[in-house]
Design a protein around this ligand. Structure first.
Ligand code: ADP
Ligand code: ZN
Length: 206
């Protein structure tokens, strides 16, 4: 099954994607993770992407489209995959339709108010990528690996507002786009994590 996770930043796409991929035995393809890795490694793509990401803007379509096209051509995608954070613009969706057959698009919906609270309070582990919310933290280390927890540059309050604005202007039109193609399934992302996971599996019919 080839699946897309759509939804605003902070909806829980990443967390749910890990669980769904584990359950279905398919790779998770997160353009955000790929870009952050490229930034850390200092590759040309990473260097080019940094100023967009830190500003809460989208990385240019050509860059992410190339990344995804190359990634989907790899062997582990033959049995299905989950795209997390791509497409984010109608141009990206149109390009994707030229090289991929999508079976389902899961739209994880959460109100802006809740998203702002989730994102501004999010802390991530430098070592393993685990995510936490400040309200449920004791100390400043990762429960899983003891790594240092930091706030992502793009989770700073001003940047969170830009990201939500970008989402509404550029990504939300994809809801209509995929709905018109009969692929859209909506899930409430405000419910507890396990309920959200169950709702996603149900929406996927697995
Ligand atoms: P979140 O879902 O929390 O916003 P991601 O990790 O998916 O975070 O993305 C972080 C940043 O990476 C985005 O704000 C954007 O700058 C860039 N990015 C990720 N995916 C895309 C994409 N498909 N198109 C353009 N930019 C992207
Ligand atoms: Zn960790």
């Amino acid at each position: 099954m080839n699946v897309i996770f759509l939804g605003p930043p902070g909806a829980g796409k990443g967390t749910q994607a890990v669980r769904v991929c584990e359950r279905l035995g398919i790779p998770q393809i997160s353009t955000g993770d790929i870009l952050r890795r490229a930034m850390k490694e200092g590759t040309p793509t990473g260097l080019a992407a940094k100023r967009y990401i830190d500003a809460g803007a989208l990385v240019p379509d050509e860059v992410v489209i190339d990344i995804v096209r190359e990634r989907l051509a790899m062997d582990d995608c033959k049995g299905g995959y989950l795209l997390d954070g791509f497409p984010r613009t109608v141009q990206q969706a149109e390009a994707l339709a030229g090289f991929a057959d999508i079976d389902a698009v899961i739209d994880i919906e959460v109100s802006d108010e809740k998203l702002t609270e989730r994102l501004s309070g999010r802390r991530v582990c430098l070592a393993c990528g685990g995510t936490y919310h400040v309200s449920r933290l004791n100390g400043n280390v990762c429960e899983k690996c003891g790594g240092e927890l930091i706030q992502r540059n793009d989770d700073k309050p001003e940047t969170v507002l830009s990201r939500l604005k970008v989402y509404h202007e550029q990504t939300a039109p994809l809801i209509e786009w995929y709905s018109a193609r009969g692929l859209l399934r909506t899930v409430d992302g405000a419910q507890p994590m396990d309920d959200c996971f169950a709702a996603i599996l149900k929406a996927l019919g697995v």
